[in-house]
Every structure is written in structure tokens, then in C-alpha cells.
Write a protein that binds this ligand. Sequence first.
Ligand code: ATP
Ligand code: MG
Length: 579
Amino acid sequence: MRYSQLLIPTVKEVPAEAEITSHKLMIRAGLIRKVASGTYTYLPLGWRTLKKIIQIVREEMDRAGAQESIVPCLQPLELWQQTGRDQDYGETMFRIIDRHGRGNVLGPTAEEVFTFHAAAEINSYKQLPVNLYQITPKFRDEFRPRFGVLRSREFIMKDAYSFDADAESLHRSYMAMYDAYCRVFKRCGVEYVIVEAETGEMGGSGSHQFTIPCESGEDTIVYTADGSYAANLEKAAVDPLPKEPAPGAIPPAEDVFTPNVGTIEAVCGFLKTQSREMIKTLIFDARGEAVAALVRGDHELNPEKLTQALGGAHIELASPEVIERVTGAKVGFAGPVGLASRVSKLVIDHAVAGMAVGVTGANKTDYHTRNVVPGRDFLLEGDNVIVDDIRLAQPGDTRNGVPLLFKRGIEVGQVFKLGTKYSKKLGANFKDESGELHPCLMGCYGIGINRIMASAVELYNDENGIIWPITIAPFEAIVTPVNQDDPDVVRVAQEIYQKLQEAGVEVLLDDRDLRGGIKFKDADLIGIPIRVTVGKKSVVEGNVEVKRRADAQSQKVPIDQAPGKVVELIDRLKERVRV
Ligand code: ATP
Ligand code: MG
């Protein structure tokens, strides 16, 4: 393609809201433009890259035996009500009332619709296993759209749904997708790590997340240096802390007047204690039922772990009214003593159970209780008492005795074993060999197409711009004639361009009537992996310069050998990401 005929609006300035490198560079390189909060247009160059990623994903899905299909983005709200996920997604789901007053949603994902089809079309074990996928826009009214296309309100997701007859078969389907994902990310040329993930409100029994390690990521990867463990922060399990030895006989619990000190820091300051000696009591609303959770003052509750401890229940922090009703005190003075009988579940973190003595809220406005002994002043067992790991891992924690390390990452894909959560609710059953009905075992598998693109930019760039992996670069090579007014330069550039096209190289000819310096800047900014520079002096000498975007130095190559050299360099780059 000729540069002069393409719309590649590179710019120097970016809007202040572009905080991270990939967002800035994607705008500067003329790949994307914002339309409104969290919605973006892909301009020709950006769309070329996105299409390449889509193609790689499609090939790997097909190769793994999944079948491409497509369901509507506009979906009946009723289906989402049947699984209860209209509530789980809450305000994140776009809702539309149509002219007949019917509720619709713009699909944030498509478990419901695919399961609805499975219910209608699958009757017999003979039709299983089956895996259907689509690559379509998804819509989420994110609370805070940010980082350009990384967290947007409309994005392209590849989502696949597998239906199997038994657990073994589900595991095979799951692993086929897991392997396909490894191939996708390798072929896209992006570094990635696989971590264990929480199944959250998807329900189900197992999940892995594919994450691109980089500082600007919103996810935290928790791992051990010996490679024995890697999970995301929501999932990361911690070893229970050793039980604290009791400091001699502990006097009875006693209430102390702590006027207007509700926060952990304020209480610590007031009572001259440390946060690790405090017991934090948090009250949640689990679909109308009050649940209390206890964590040590220096720890943070992990809502995902709490959800799992409660068997996958949807939870939200309780409103001040509910907190006051349950504790009999204003917000800030909740405590575990006598609380179990007032909530449907009391969930106690391991570390709290291991404390010798602590300070807590007194369930009385403006009072705290000290000398509270877990097991003495509140029970650690009982019908509605659960002791579990419900806190976030933090530096200093271990897993199987090995210290946990932390780094940031971008989630680009996730695979889930869903089990029968959706098939039961939507009646996706099959008859086995003896004619008995069973719900299908399901898995679901998502990849954020736009996130792969932005992560690649986030990973591979320098002060001059993007350095695309060869397989997802909008063009593989660019031919840059430096002196557009010199007929020999123009002719040689044109010849090399034509030969490269004949050799099947995706090549751009920068035929703009501009100074060489500007052309170099643009070529670097848009990140084309290989550049052939044709200048007046070198043409006289019979050479051109060939340079890889990632290298500082170029090499002189005789004009007639230039196309061959470019092909060789491209092959070498492709070799690195071959699967
Ligand atoms: P996150 O935790 O980042 O909000 P998620 O876990 O809710 O993501 P999934 O439901 O697992 O996302 O969706 C599958 C994939 O879709 C994700 O792995 C991610 O790559 C992509 N994705 C999700 N939300 C967005 C978004 N708002 N913008 C762009 N891509 C997204
Ligand atoms: Mg996810």
C-alpha cells in the first residue's frame, strides 16, 4: 500500500486522560480515536492489527475443534433474569426498553444465549461434546472506563462455550482451550503468564487467567520464585499464620469509651494499639441476608474469597441502615462478640482465629472492646460460623511455606469450568445411553481482542514509538525513499516495493512528499518491524539500508539483494513466535 493513500493521522499531542504508554501511542500512531467515554474507532492501521489478532484467534479456535457461530448482541433481559445474572452484573449491564416495553440487554458476554440454544438443539449424548465460539462486540458499562481500549465500554471478545457429558470430557474441552490460548498468545508475540483464578460469579469449579505482565496492569499476579505457585490476587491462597501464643492470663473483655473513633487508624491512635491487634468486622448483604466477616486490622478482606466461602453467593457491602440494625450501633463500631446470632453467617479469617487477643468494635456506638479472645469471647465454630482464608495475600505471606511475590499484569483471557450452573437453570439437558436426562457440563472461554493489541504496545515500545511483534504489525515492512524529488531514489524504492509485494510481504511505500526525517519518525511511531531506506548517496553506491525497528543499527545491502534480505529478516522474526 502507498502511505499517501492511507489515512494514518499521526499526532504529537495526546489528551491528558491518556495515562499509560499504550493509550498514548495508539492515539499518536493514528490507530484509534475516541468517540465517547470508553468507545473507540479503529482507524485503518489499527484495524489491520486487530484483524490479524482476530485471525490468529479464529485459526486456533478452529484448530482446537470449536465451531464459529454468532449470537445477537441484543439479548432478552428475561434470559438473564432466569440465571440471576441481571442482578450480578447490576449497573455494568446496558439495558434497553424496546418500543413494546420489553427489557433487553446489550450482551456483556453470552453464556445465557448459548445455553438457551444448547437447551433447544442438544438432546442426546451423541451430539456431545460441542464447543461454539464467536468473535463479537461486548458491552459493559464499566464504572471507570480507562486506559483506552484496555477497559472500554464496547470491546471485541472471543467467547467460546463448551458442552460435555461428563467431567472427564469437560476437562478435555477445557484443556483444548487452555492449549489454544497458549498458542494464540505465542503467535501474537506477547509474553504472558498463566495464573489460577477465582471463578467468581461465573460459578463453577476451576479457572485460569492469561495475564500479560506489565506495570500498568490493573491485576496483581501473586507467585513464588520457585514457580510452584501463580494465582491472581483474588484467588491467591495464603498459608494460615501460626497461632499466637497467649501473653499470660488475659483479663475479661472490657468495653472502653472511644468517642467518634470509627476507623482502624483512629482506634489504634486512641487506644495505643497496633492494627495487627485489631479485629475488623465487616457486614455484607448476601441477597438480602446479613453476613459478617472478620479480618485482622492489618489485613484486607478479599471479597472473592468471601464469595467462595459462602458458596458463590453474590455479596455487597451492607448499607448503613442494615449495619445499624445488625450491630445496634453506628457504622464503625461492629464487633464479633454476640454477633453470630444476629447474622446468617459469620466468616472468620484464619489469622483472626489464630490471634491470642484483640481489640474490636463493641456493637455499641462510641465503644470498643478490648481483651477479646477468639474462641472465648466469640465462638470459632457453630452452625453458621465458618473459619476460612478470606483475606488478600500481602508481602510477607507464604504459600506452602514459600514466600509470595507480587507483580502487575493485564488480564487478556480467562478459561472457566462452569459445571452445570447455567445448564440447570436454562434446561440444557441431554439423554445418556440409557435415556436418562442430565444437565450438560459447561465451560466458557474468553479472550479480549483489543486488550491483546494494547498489551502488545504496552510491552513493546521505546521513546520513538511502537515496536510491533511481526505477526500483528499492521505492515511487515516499510520502504522509505528519503528524497522524493530524486528520480533514481523513487525508482529504486518503487522496484523494491514491487518485489516485496510479489514475495508476499505486507509492505508500505512511504511515497509522501516529505523530508526523510519526518518519514523515519512516522515509521518508528507506527512500529513497522522492518524499514528499507533508499537515499541519494546509497543509490549512487548501489546500496540501500535495511533496519529492524528493534535495532539501533541499520545494515547496508546491495539494491538487488534488498528484497531477499527483508524476507529473511521477516522469516527470522516469525520463527520466534512459531508454535
Ligand atoms: P476485568 O476483571 O478486567 O473487568 P473480566 O474478568 O470481567 O475482566 P471476562 O468476563 O473474563 O472479563 O471477559 C473475558 C475477557 O474480555 C477478559 O479476559 C478481557 O480480556 C476482556 N475484557 C473484559 N472487560 C473488558 C473491557 N471493559 N474492555 C476491554 N476488554 C475487556
Ligand atoms: Mg476475567
